[in-house]
Design a protein around this ligand. Structure first.
Ligand SMILES: *[C@@H]1O[C@H](CO)[C@@H](O)[C@H](O)[C@H]1NC(C)=O
Ligand SMILES: *[C@@H]1O[C@H](CO)[C@@H](O)[C@H](O)[C@H]1NC(C)=O
Ligand SMILES: *[C@@H]1O[C@H](CO)[C@@H](O)[C@H](O)[C@H]1NC(C)=O
Ligand SMILES: *[C@@H]1O[C@H](CO)[C@@H](O)[C@H](O)[C@H]1NC(C)=O
Ligand SMILES: *[C@@H]1O[C@H](CO)[C@@H](O)[C@H](O)[C@H]1NC(C)=O
Length: 457
């Protein structure tokens, strides 16, 4: 066979030609080898003789820009905390606003890994103003020089200030609900950074829903803070944004879990992932007797009827006021949790539910659409279920809709919910990786930069 081939090759290339060809190839490779060797020696020499290259600049967390935090007169933050006894006509807010806004440590909790219990607090859903202020003072991208700042934070506790005057059964006036906001803006507009930008690079966090600051007429609900002319360009972070207002970014309601390390976050995720969920769904809520045809009363009654699949935590009266382990226990044991709208479209309970790895069920699109997109993404269908409240009123069975999801679909949605936990919790600022606070501040700095760039064009 080989001989056969040789014979054929011989026919085309005489043996001599093949020999000289091989010799030529050998010479070529020898030359190449020598060249390579020379090159190696040359580059080695140049490495040895040239100064070492500068170390690569590590990517800085602050490449997007620095934040300046105003040192406001204490009347707009510290004094409000000092007068915490006076912030609510009925109860003292001193405990609620303690621990940099986390509130008092939780004393009774559902069974969970022992190492995590010290990271749980009874955090008030309206405490974000105090939390954000404490965190931003420790922010690695904070500057004390206004000249070097990209963004300016106004640590005014607007919701804490206005909260007391929102109680409608007292005779508070529109002036009562506005004067602190007006005073703050009067102070702010004389500051040099403000005069440079008219507020377009300023931001504030409102720890209540935006609707509490959008009063149009004196006789209506709330303060008119957001509508005050000087507020027009200030970017507002708020726990429920107006979906049509591009000056607002919604941020997660605070939950009670404030982990101290990445390890604790991972332990919590392992814990909720491994839970055996024995109920199909949970409803935590209270009847509102004053409201005619209250949807929450309907859900409560529906849930009591569906004993086989629904777990109820009835919060009527003030039973759940300070939180109870029963609520977390219910979320931890259920695949889904019902999240009807309340006074506002969004609910803190949505975050309590998701933190426990339970899938939220919404009845109003506005409870989730165009909210929290920086934290949860803009595809709510990946981690939640929607059932129109009108369909429920017309007799659609929530149980049957939820039973319609396969185990596989439920597993996929739950995994998505759990994967979002690090994005919506507030750590204690000592390095759990990016948490809700970091995502919010990065988002606001980026927004301010983008606005500036489009204004320049
Ligand atoms: C806005 O753009 C101008 C011009 O590019 C720049 O000088 C200024 O520092 C920018 N401000 C912010 C807040 O990025
Ligand atoms: C509020 O004003 C009304 C009418 O002036 C009065 O009857 C009522 O007692 C007042 N309520 C309080 C809490 O002061
Ligand atoms: C700020 O607003 C005032 C009054 O409307 C205007 O005169 C001034 O030019 C504005 N400054 C900047 C930097 O936009
Ligand atoms: C869940 O149930 C399985 C089977 O009943 C059991 O082996 C496992 O220990 C349970 N896990 C937890 C976290 O309770
Ligand atoms: C629950 O059951 C009661 C008694 O059968 C019934 O009257 C009521 O309409 C049911 N509620 C709901 C929401 O289905």
């Amino acid at each position: 066979m080989l001989e056969n081939l040789n014979f054929k090759l011989d026919k085309f290339f005489p043996r001599k030609t093949i020999h000289s060809l091989l010799l030529f190839l050998f010479k070529c490779s020898l030359l190449l080898l020598i060249l390579l060797l020379l090159f190696q020696i040359y580059s080695l020499r140049s490495i040895l003789s040239s100064p070492p290259p500068p170390p690569l600049k590590p990517p800085s967390r602050c490449d997007a820009g620095l934040v300046y935090v105003y040192d406001l007169p204490p009347a707009f933050n510290a004094d409000l905390l000092r007068n915490c006894r006076d912030l609510d006509p009925w109860i003292s807010k001193c405990n609620t606003l303690s621990n940099a806004g986390f509130g008092p440590r939780a004393t009774s909790l559902p069974a969970m890994p022992e190492s995590l219990t010290s990271s749980w607090y009874w955090t008030d859903m309206f405490a974000a103003e105090v939390m954000y202020h404490a965190r931003i003072m420790k922010h690695e991208c904070r500057t004390t020089e206004p000249e070097s700042a990209t963004a300016f934070y106004i640590p005014f506790y607007a919701g804490v200030a206005v909260g007391k005057y929102l109680f409608t059964n007292r005779n508070y006036t529109a002036r009562d609900r506005d004067y602190q906001c007006e005073d703050m803006l009067t102070w702010l507009k004389d500051q040099p950074p403000w005069r440079r930008s008219n507020g377009s690079d300023h931001f504030i966090l409102l720890g209540r829903m935006t609707w509490d600051f959008r009063r149009k007429r004196d006789e209506d609900w709330g303060s008119s803070f957001v509508y005050m002319p000087l507020m027009k360009q200030i970017v507002r972070l708020t726990i429920e944004r107006d979906p049509w207002d591009h000056g607002e970014i919604s941020v997660p309601y605070p939950t009670g879990f404030h982990p101290k390390s990445k390890l604790e976050v991972d332990q919590w995720i392992d814990f909720v992932t491994s839970r055996n969920r024995t109920s199909l769904f949970t409803f935590v809520g209270a009847k509102r007797n004053k409201i005619k045809d209250d949807f929450r009363s309907l859900l409560l009654s529906y849930c009591f009827n569906e004993t086989g699949s629904c777990r109820v935590v009835d919060c009527s009266g003030s039973r759940c006021y300070k939180g109870t382990p029963e609520i977390q226990e219910a979320f931890l044991g259920s695949d889904f949790c019902l999240q009807p709208r309340g006074d506002a479209h969004t609910r803190r309970s949505t975050f309590d539910c998701m933190l426990a790895g339970s899938i939220p069920v919404f009845f109003w699109r506005r409870s989730i659409e165009h909210q929290y997109e920086l934290f949860l993404g803009d595809e709510p269908d990946r981690f939640s279920v929607f059932i129109d409240w009108k369909d429920v009123r017309n007799g659609v069975s929530i149980r049957k809709v939820l039973e319609g999801y396969s185990r596989e679909e439920v597993r996929r949605m739950r995994e998505k919910v759990i994967s979002l936990i690090p994005n919506f919790i507030y750590g204690d600022g000592n390095g759990i990786g990016k948490d809700a606070f970091d995502i919010a501040t990065d988002g606001v700095i980026k927004k301010i930069k983008d606005q500036n760039e489009s204004n320049m064009r």
